[in-house]
Design a binder for this molecule. Structure first.
Ligand code: SF4
Ligand code: SF4
Length: 416
């Protein structure tokens, strides 16, 4: 049968068919009872109910109960992050707002709510901890946050497990295994299995190199919740150029497909630069075509190999392009977009406030991009170092500290 329409329409039709096939395989974006507005409780007590209702595939954040009016103001910022957004996945008995959050309902989500409530009262908990388990990596990205991946440092499984024990005890709800390339770490599955799913979800950041379908199934079986695969461009040659090696784009695409086939939640992660901000539509098309659950964006940070390139961060004009794109795709069919720069406008910088990072040498940093070791897991208790970081009021920043010239000069002795 001949396909009617212009070449662009035909391409869109082909794309829709491909996306439908991938989604059917991965069971993504499916709303079990599309005719009914489904409700999911975020918090429920005799005085207050906070819930989300799915209307036309978008989340509407609602409150009810006697304490509703009083609490709505306190909750406004947190609720605004999800109001009107698409969820990453809807199931009959649980809602996945984002691959970055435990599902609703789940014990991990209850712990996250507890953490949010305690932060209203001034007590901060490191909700999200990234553990760079190894520096080993087959790639050579021009913007890598690790200034040197040649020294091959890695944490022992005992050290990582002890760190996991400590952060779960502190209230962490999202443990992310990062690198280098975490897939090169022997015993990765053992570490994933070690994280108590009653307390936290697990994630992994990967370039995709080495992720076969068999490995993806092994990670899923170990309990991995979400797989995050990095893309710098929708174009193979540009992506491989940034990653410093040919073939990485193909590996990333294969990793996404393998993750979906294995039943993992899959997130594509793009660090926005002044270059790839001009291919937002193409990145969205790629994510839709692959059928991922979420497409997340961060903003380039002058750190690691990019440390002396503070002048190459996004301009206000670039950010306007991004804001317009985010509004446009909200109504489009396809994956949820998680725009972290926009989220941070509501929440402020997360470094040392909600996030904590452990390097392959064991150093404890306020976030993966701030190269200031406040302690080391080989000699310090994470709780003590968190307390030390929290004593410095700078870690309540509204905007990115690593893009703040005053912070860079005072804390890193960098003058631009
Ligand atoms: S950014 Fe990630 S994939 Fe690239 S060199 Fe660094 S650790 Fe490897
Ligand atoms: S300093 Fe804050 S905004 Fe900047 S990279 Fe770290 S957490 Fe993100």
């Amino acid at each position: 049968m001949e396909v009617q329409g212009t070449p662009k329409e035909q391409m869109n039709l082909g794309l829709k068919k491909q996306a439908k096939k991938n989604r059917a395989e991965a069971n993504t974006h499916q709303i079990p009872d599309a005719g009914k507005n489904m409700q999911y409780d975020l918090y429920k007590s005799p005085l207050l109910r906070v819930y989300t209702e799915i209307e036309d595939g978008h989340m509407r954040m609602k409150t009810s109960g006697a304490a509703s009016i009083l609490m709505r103001k306190n909750l406004a910022k947190n609720l605004s992050i999800f109001e009107g957004e698409k969820p990453a996945k809807v199931e009959a008995d649980r809602l996945i707002c984002s691959t970055w959050m435990p599902p609703i309902p789940s014990p991990g989500f209850d712990r996250l709510v507890k953490s949010q409530l305690s932060s209203i009262l001034g007590k901060m908990i490191p909700d999200q901890v990234t553990i760079s388990i190894t520096e080993e990596c087959p790639n050579n990205c021009i913007h890598c946050a690790l200034p040197d991946t040649k020294n091959r440092a890695k944490l022992t499984t005992e050290t990582v497990k002890s760190t996991i024990d400590q952060i779960l005890e502190m209230g962490t709800t999202f443990v992310i295994f990062d690198g280098g390339e975490p897939l090169t770490y022997p015993g990765l599955e053992d570490l994933i299995r070690y994280v108590d799913p009653e307390k936290a979800i697990t994630g992994m950041f990967t370039s995709g190199v080495g992720l076969t379908e068999e490995r993806a199934r092994s990670l899923k079986e170990a309990g991995l919740y979400s797989l995050t695969v990095s893309f710098d461009s929708a174009y193979e040659d540009k992506h491989d150029y940034v990653r410093g090696r040919k073939g990485v784009f193909k590996s990333a695409v294969e990793a996404v497909k393998s993750g979906l086939k294995a039943g993992l939640l899959v997130n594509i992660y793009v660090v926005l630069s002044r270059d790839n901000v001009n291919e937002l539509e193409e990145l969205y098309t790629l994510a839709a075509k692959l059928g991922v659950h979420e497409l997340s964006f961060y903003e380039i940070v002058p750190t690691g190999r990019w440390m002396d390139r503070a002048s190459e961060i996004m301009t206000p004009e670039d950010m306007r392009k991004f804001d317009n794109f985010v509004s446009r795709v909200r109504e489009k069919e396809g994956p949820k977009v998680f725009a972290i720069p926009q989220v941070m406008k509501a929440t402020g910088c997360m470094a040392g406030r909600k996030w904590l990072h452990i390097t392959p040498e064991g150093n404890i940093l306020p976030c993966a991009c701030i190269p200031i070791p406040y302690g080391n897991v080989h000699r310090d208790k994470v709780r003590d170092i968190w307390k030390k970081i929290r004593e410095d009021p700078v870690y309540n920043a509204k905007c990115c500290l690593m893009r703040n010239p005053e912070f860079r000069e005072k804390y890193l002795k960098i003058r631009e």
